[in-house]
Design a protein around this ligand. Structure first.
Ligand code: B3K
Ligand code: ZN
Length: 882
């Protein structure tokens, strides 16, 4: 429900920040809820902070009345224009009362108050971050206005038996004419974006929790009756998250109740509203029959993420939306640390770095690039990005690494202590971390203000006569959209040196008397730095940026056999994988250039074939090692991108790997893994499923008939969704005809399971090749497809446009024109979803000329339209610049 783009686009700038002219000590909200019409009575207690009129944000609201200190204002006494209600007040304090009407059922943008599900059965809920509260009532809708909330809900009792809002319950009861009421009081001042309510027919599961500091908390997870039996894993994850935050950060929960609600109609993953988290069902529901192992892990991570926001985001919030990463980057870091503790730390790091490279690096290299703390925006919803979240988390990780575990904890304690109940900035964060440890971290501020991924080059020189190894590190950051000059940033480089047999060498730096361990962290804080290692008899193999100690691209002139040493011997799982990824990149270059016997391809496939036979390599790590960078990441390895060629080359290198391992070895391994199949969710069982999937995919490249047979049987016999979906993907990719029966079967079997159907749409949308576009268009006609549901749009259209390079980037440009057309239709319903899908056009400028021209034509034609939302217009305008 953002403005259409014929309204002037206001640019909001960090440099223009001014503290609020009026604060709101307390707000009382009374809702008379109805699907077609809801009335909201708001009473705001305002205090003057500067000599300015009162200005309240409000959009799409029907203003019924406005009173100041009990006096009704007439038409001439206020101005309502461009989403702002303005009136003068002479006193230093005043009470403002507004009554407005809303139309929830007409709200297809899912921002503000809206209906999830059908008119007959659905329920009402809210989404306010970033600027949704202004769609509910008139208010200074900015994160630095913190208020105490009292919320009263009234509704028909039969239609809306459950009434929830954030805060502690403060009474409920019946009203005449079959209506009832409930009141909630939140003692913690909060910004308006954390307000939430839910009303409707919902079931719940509950747990009595006692915090480490002795507070009894009732935990409730709510969902519609047909899915309530899929909430147990979320409850288990919530309890583990709460205990972890007590232990790892000393943070306790601070209300008597904590509600979590699942909806199928949500624009994002989940929302951390104070005391009333609301979740996209995709990240809350899980059961073995319809959820994959990955989805179980996502539920655990997102439940933890939203819970952790209670401190990093809610108790300490952001001064303005430019500081978004203050809560998001920090909370992603906390969530990643939690998941690493709950599962395997090296595997979690692999997953996170792979995501950063897949999602954030391309963003940072294209027209949508922006610093972790942007300096301006026209639509803030377009800045909930991989840069703010994932790169933001990497920055916190660098700071934590710099301070060490105890120092970081000291710093976080001080950060929470100083800023509790405040709206803080990135400077406050760095200041607290630094002050608690007596260090100056201000150089890290550069990372928050500078876009682009730094290139770190490393050059080694061995001097056999002196027994010395000199490592020279240099950095440079390429220019990014609107930011041409770049400065040097502090880059912590964790490193080790290995000999050719794979033994880590003791490290004695020039000037040191004795060697100190086999791993060091050196900080490159200027353009260049050289480090000299003593007692190095033979040329070593440097292992650099261990644990991915900084979010940079490492450019090091490794020979394939040097990377193979690390891939074979590095004791750390993450670094082993990283060496494998680097070597796979070189192997890809061989395959792309037709060198199927090239040194890199040979070294990569031989090392992996050996590791495949090595019983000491764990299943989950082996599965990761056998997965080279994906097609989207490999784009970076050529100047001009031809998705068909990239895929063909990647498939060729995988085939070479499968041949090197051998059909028999693959088959035997598959059989062993199949014999151990179970429905269990323990780590070993999950790892076996993951490896089985990789092995079957490799087998399909060298024995398609055998693999088809196995996949069909696996689909039939699968005890859970992971095996079932993996088998279906192998079949559909390698033997499309043979896949038809299982695809039809899956569709029938899960007809009433929205989340399973999303996977069914997504799997088919991701199938590569020439037939993909026709397949997607046919799927648009499936009765279960709708543009009104964000998950469905993402699963079919989003997956096709963003995760199917050969299907979407057709040389004839037909899919570009089709997407442009769909974006117009989606935008009319839901601008946030349209804007997100439109990011699929990112990177068009690097396509080969034929595709480039077609993509450019589609994007610029769309960008020229005047009837699109601010959300979509903003993305298109930036993407069009290339
Ligand atoms: N804070 C929300 C995201 C809100 C997105 C608004 N467009 C979820 C999260 O990051 O935890
Ligand atoms: Zn978050």
């Amino acid at each position: 429900m953002s403005d259409r783009s014929d309204a002037p686009t206001a640019i909001v700038r960090l440099a223009d920040y001014r503290a609020p002219a009026w604060s709101v000590r307390h707000v009382a909200l009374e809702f008379d809820l109805g699907i077609d019409r809801t009335e909201v009575l708001a009473t705001l207690e305002l205090s003057r902070e500067a000599d300015e009129p009162v200005r309240l944000n409000g959009e799409g609201l029907e203003l019924l009345s406005l009173d100041v200190d009990g006096r009704r204002l007439g038409d001439g006494e206020y101005i309502l224009a461009n989403g702002v209600l303005e009136f003068a007040v002479a006193s230093a304090e005043c009470t403002v009362t507004t009554r407005v009407a809303l139309r929830p059922a007409e709200n297809t943008a899912f921002e503000g108050l809206y209906l999830s599900g059908s008119r007959e059965k659905g329920f009402l809920l809210t989404q306010c971050e970033a600027e949704g509260f202004r769609h509910i009532t008139f208010f200074p809708d900015r994160p630095d206005v913190l208020s105490k909330y009292t919320v009263t809900l009234r509704a028909d009792k039969a239609r809306f038996p459950v009434l929830l809002a954030g805060g502690n319950p403060d009474g409920d009861g019946d009203l005449p004419e079959g209506r009832h009421w409930a009141r909630f009081v939140d003692p913690h001042p909060k910004p308006s974006y954390l307000f939430a309510l839910v009303a409707g027919r919902l079931e719940r599961i509950s747990h009595d929790y006692t915090t480490a500091d002795g507070r009894a908390v009732a935990l409730h997870i709510w969902a519609e009756a047909d899915v309530i039996d899929r909430c147990d894993y979320a409850m288990d994850s919530l309890i583990r998250s709460m205990r972890w935050d007590e232990r790892a950060y000393g943070r306790n929960y601070d209300l008597d109740v904590f509600h979590v609600v699942a909806t199928h109609d949500f624009n994002m993953g989940a929302m951390e509203n104070k005391g009333l988290n609301i979740f996209n069902a995709k990240y809350l529901l899980a059961d073995p029959d319809s959820s994959t192992d990955d989805e179980y892990r996502h539920v655990e991570a997102v439940v933890a993420h939203e819970y952790f926001h209670n401190w990093s985001g809610n108790r300490v919030t952001c001064r303005d939306w430019f500081q978004l990463s203050l809560k998001e980057g920090l909370t992603v870091y906390r969530e990643q640390s939690f998941s690493a503790d709950m599962n395997s730390a090296p595997l979690k790091r692999i997953e996170d770095v792979a995501l950063l490279r897949r999602a954030q690096f391309p963003e940072d290299a294209g027209p949508l690039s922006h610093p972790v703390r942007p300096s301006q925006y026209s639509e803030i919803n377009n800045f909930y990005t991989a840069t703010v979240y994932e790169k933001g988390s990497e920055l916190v990780r660098m700071l934590a690494g710099h301070l060490g575990a105890d120092g970081f904890r000291r710093g976080m304690d001080l950060y929470f202590e100083r800023n509790d109940g405040r709206a803080a900035t990135i400077e406050d964060f760095l200041g607290a971390l630094g002050d608690a440890n007596g260090v100056d971290l201000s150089a890290y501020l550069g990372w928050y203000g500078q876009a682009g991924t730094p290139r770190l080059t490393a050059e080694g020189r061995h001097d056999p006569a002196q027994g010395r190894f000199r490592l020279t590190l240099r950095q440079r950051t390429p220019a990014t959209a609107g930011q041409t000059t770049k400065k040097a940033l502090p880059i912590p480089v964790r490193l080790s040196l290995f000999d050719r047999e794979g033994r880590a060498l003791p490290l004695r730096l020039e000037g040191e008397a004795v060697a100190g361990g086999t791993e060091r962290t050196v900080v490159l804080d200027g353009a260049e730095r050289s480090i000299v290692f003593e007692d190095i008899a033979r040329p070593p193999v440097p292992s650099l940026l261990r644990g991915f100690s900084a979010p940079v691209i490492l450019e090091c002139d490794y020979q394939p056999d040097e990377l193979a040493v690390l891939l074979r011997h590095d004791p750390d799982g993450f670094n082993r994988w990283e060496a494998g990824q680097q070597l796979a990149g070189l192997a890809y270059d061989d395959a792309r250039d037709g060198r199927l016997t090239g040194a890199a391809l040979t070294a990569w496939s031989q090392a992996l074939a050996d590791l495949f036979r090595d019983a000491s390599v764990e299943d989950a790590l082996l599965a990761e090692l056998l997965t080279p960078p994906g097609e989207i990441e490999l784009v970076e390895r050529q100047a001009e991108r031809d998705p068909d060629r990239i895929r063909a080359s990647r498939q060729a290198m995988l085939r070479a790997l499968a041949q090197r391992i051998g059909v028999d070895a693959l088959r035997q391994r598959y059989d062993r893994l199949r014999e151990a199949t179970s429905a269990s969710l323990d780590a070993a069982s999950q790892a076996r499923r993951q490896l089985k999937r990789r092995v079957l995919d490799l087998l399909a490249l060298v024995d398609v008939e055998g693999a088809t047979h196995l996949a069909a049987a696996q689909y039939e016999q699968a005890p859970g969704m992971t095996d079932r979906l993996a088998a279906q993907a192998t079949l559909a990719t390698h033997a499309p005809e043979a896949a038809l029966a299982s695809i039809a079967h899956f569709r029938r079997r899960y007809d009433d399971n929205a989340l399973a159907l999303d996977k069914w749409f997504a799997l088919q949308a991701a199938l590569p090749g020439d037939g993909a576009f026709a397949r997607v268009r046919a799927l648009e006609n499936d009765p279960a497809f709708t543009l009104k549901n964000p998950n469905r749009v993402q699963s079919l259209i989003g997956t096709f446009a963003r995760a199917n390079p050969t299907g979407f980037h057709r040389a004839d440009g037909a899919a570009y024109r089709w997407l442009a057309d769909r974006l117009v239709a989606i935008d009319a319903l839901n601008p946030q979803v349209a804007a997100r899908v439109a990011t699929a056009f990112n990177g068009w400028k690097r396509l080969e000329p034929v595709r480039r021209e077609a993509a450019h034509a589609a994007v610029s034609e769309l960008a020229a339209r005047k009837d699109l939302s601010r959300d979509l217009t903003d993305i298109l305008a930036r993407v069009a610049l290339g």
